[in-house]
Design a protein. Structure first.
Length: 483
């Protein structure tokens, strides 16, 4: 039995057949949670995935990260090269998304085939829920900061009470999208993408007018120092696509016969193109203004009339990315084993994230601490992404959706005491090696021996993938899949 309770549907069904299944219509709370999506309810086209991922990546964070590469000491063209390479990880995000239509289930359930019924609950509690809530809080804090500036432009002082109201309003708008679910996301994200693209086009014009295309720092990096910064930059950019180990959540309603190449392509392009463009704008802006404070720095080159629009765009972009995060976190909470409606699980996640945000903004530097800790998430997310992708390749994307719903000891995915040793050991091995190679909040022994060169991302991915493939082969291959 799947750990989910269907959401009640409001309104009556029309007397005539509808072009879209009633269980997945914008304006109605999505009925499905982590349960299997029957073939009769599948619909849509993979090109819709482009706007879903594009809306989530035309955002303030991408500008900040792009600018950070120049601040780290790279030349403009080195930064642009790092941005392109780091964003190639969107191909992995696209690959993971093909498992959704194959299984008719979200990533949080599909990974039962990798970690086992019990092992997957631990995986969802940490990779799926905890990290998602932290990211939600950090993004919400960024949006709130922009909103505070917007409020003050109206002449209202952003005191504690006003800040609380602003955070609550942004969170409410975000959670509303997450609660209504898949169909609402598919309906809203194309216009959101277009609106954000228009706003950032104005930013692009202003940035290009002031950017120094031949920018080189006063003391260019060379040798080991340059290699260390380049690898750190690739990890910083790659952390974005690697954080979406749940991309099947948004593709699972597509018909089973949908082309895997189309799903991979539209998902990868939806993340890659806008992220490269916006990150590049951040790098270009860093050659002209101080990007240590991006909002203030960009304000010096943007048209005065446009600044409120820009602030609104920052808030809208964060709502778009956080709605996806909240949606997946809600599914993760169900997959942990808590029997709760998907809509209520989304609200529970949002409540936790809002609490963290308010505490960080109003009480302490907690969010700074969380931000620093999240720099280390590449140590976990890289291997997790690698193991998932390897499983898809090993079983040729054949998943038995109904069997994945079985959480009993008779499940083909019960393995040993509810844990698949291959998945657990591969993830643990990849994380351990990545931790030895990291150089962020602390320096691992391998990174120290290499003079500060951080190989955590490639090492963790390669070791996790190889371990999982080897251990799975030694165990006779993947668990039985749908015929």
């Amino acid at each position: 039995m799947a750990s989910t309770i269907p959401d009640p549907q409001s309104g009556s069904r029309a007397a005539h057949p509808e072009p879209q299944p009633p269980s997945d219509r914008a304006g109605r709370i999505e009925a499905h949670g982590i349960d299997h999506i029957p073939d009769a309810e599948r619909h849509g086209h993979p090109r819709q995935l482009f706007s879903v991922w594009a809306a989530a990546n035309v955002n303030y964070l991408s500008l900040v990260v792009g600018g950070a590469l120049v601040l780290m000491g790279l030349t403009l063209w080195q930064a642009l090269a790092v941005i392109v390479v780091g964003n190639l990880f969107w191909v992995l995000t696209g690959l993971l998304s093909i498992s959704g239509p194959a299984a008719g289930a979200p990533s949080e359930v599909i990974t039962r085939a990798i970690y086992g019924i019990r092992g997957n609950r631990v995986n969802n509690a940490i990779v799926g829920w905890l990290i998602s809530v932290c990211y939600f809080a950090l993004n919400l804090a960024a949006a709130a900061t922009a909103a505070f500036s917007l409020v003050e432009k109206t002449g209202i002082t952003a005191g504690t009470g006003v800040k609380v109201v602003v955070v609550m309003v942004i969170a409410a708008l975000t959670l509303a999208i997450g609660v209504y679910g898949h169909a609402m996301i598919m309906k809203l994200y194309l216009p959101i993408t277009l609106a954000l693209a228009a706003a950032f086009a104005v930013v692009a014009v202003s940035v290009f007018r002031h950017a120094d295309l031949s920018y080189v720092p006063a003391e260019p990096l060379t040798g080991t120092d340059l290699l260390a910064v380049v690898l750190a930059g690739v990890a910083l950019i790659g952390a974005g696509p690697l954080s979406y180990t749940t991309s099947a959540d948004f593709s699972r309603y597509l018909p089973r016969t949908t082309s895997p190449k189309a799903i991979t392509g539209w998902t990868a392009l939806g993340g890659f193109v806008p992220s490269v463009v916006v990150c590049s704008l951040g790098a270009l802006a860093a050659t002209a203004v101080d990007m240590t404070d991006p909002q203030t720095g960009l304000g010096t080159i943007l048209p005065g009339w446009f600044e409120p629009v820009f602030l609104l765009a920052l808030v809208l972009g964060t709502i778009a990315i956080n709605a996806l995060t909240a949606y997946s976190a809600g599914l993760a909470l169900q997959a942990v084993g808590i029997r709760i409606r998907r809509s209520l699980s989304v609200i529970a996640d949002g409540t936790a994230a809002v609490s963290l945000t308010l505490y960080g903004l109003l009480v302490s530097d907690f969010l700074d601490t969380v931000s620093n800790v999240l720099q280390l998430t590449v140590v976990l997310l890289g291997p997790a992404m690698a193991v998932y992708a390897t499983d898809i390749l090993l079983r040729r994307n054949r998943y038995d959706g109904p069997a994945l719903m079985d959480e009993s000891r008779d499940s083909p995915f019960w393995y040993t005491a509810g844990v698949n040793p291959a998945g657990a050991l591969a993830l643990a091995g990849g994380v351990a090696v990545a931790a030895l190679c990291v150089d962020t909040l602390y320096t691992g022994p391998i990174a120290e021996a290499l003079g500060g060169i951080d190989l955590a991302l490639p090492a963790g991915i390669v070791v996790a993938a190889l371990l999982y493939a080897l251990l799975t082969r030694l165990n006779g291959g993947p668990a039985p899949a749908r015929s």
